[in-house]
Design a protein around this ligand. Sequence first.
Ligand code: 13P
Ligand code: SF4
Length: 323
Amino acid sequence: MINEIKNLIKKHNITIAAHYYEKDEIFELADLTGDSLELAKKTSSLKNPLIFCGVKFMGESAKILNPEIDVYMPRLADCSMARMAEEIKVQNNIDLLKQNNIDFLPITYINSTAKTKAIVAQNGGLTCTSSNAQKIIEWALKQNKKIFFLPDKNLGRNIATKLGITSAIIGEENWQNATMICFDGHCSVHQLFMPEHVEFYKERFPDIKIVVHPECSPEVVKLADFAGSTSQILNYVKENPTTPMAIGTEFNFVNRMKNEINPNIYVLSSTKPECPSMNETTLEELYKLLKAIDEGKDYNKIEVDPEIAKNAKIALERMMKLS
Ligand code: 13P
Ligand code: SF4
């Protein structure tokens, strides 16, 4: 099957992009790999068809930034956090901010639907990823506005703590007074990491470093030695190739770093923190898609409503300019 996959990729001159959280057998086939910001940048200048192995908002963003090319995904699996920010809820939150006369700038994590990105752009806002969130928020603070951050309350609150600004989840007590007002969304995978997991490792290995993604809860991030985006975690591991560390992020990525860079890596959890959406992309699904392309079918081809795409592109391009 792998040989047939490789032949079909070559025959149709297809580029394969894969996020770090993809299964190893998919990751190994990819021409382009990276975190969500790196992949958005790398795929935006392609001229040939693209198969994006990741979650739906990533394929959608690639198509919006590069509408001339055909973008396909083996699975149209959505990120659970992106699904939490249903457009109607986002619009209701924005209406509530306006009713409270709050002068705000909306920033949506790229983990959101194209429609949510479009709503954010129409309200003067932009996107960010975990790699550039701090930089984008610092820029937004210079506009002398409050920030409405969505969908991830954890990423928003963790960066607020780092920058020394107040934060609250919209609707909770005194939320109107906070500088960073967060939508009530979270990642179903990163919420699995708990302070007791940190204590477990610290008790057994006094020298261990705790490394986490900022989608983890503020309680966990506070206890960590290092918090950073996927690419920032990768750089940290490369700089510390023998240091024992327990890492709180997606399993496929952590396991690959353990096998390839630092054997002294542990998973910061008592369960296997796999992202179910990323794991929907399998060799079988990739093969099925390539056969469909070979037969001239439009199977799992990414299409975005032109009006939504136009506005979502504004939100993405504002971010690209600042990154
Ligand atoms: P990155 O921006 O670090 O790639 O994260 C994307 C993501 O979905 C993390 O859960
Ligand atoms: Fe979404 Fe979490 Fe999966 Fe990342 S790990 S794609 S935020 S569900």
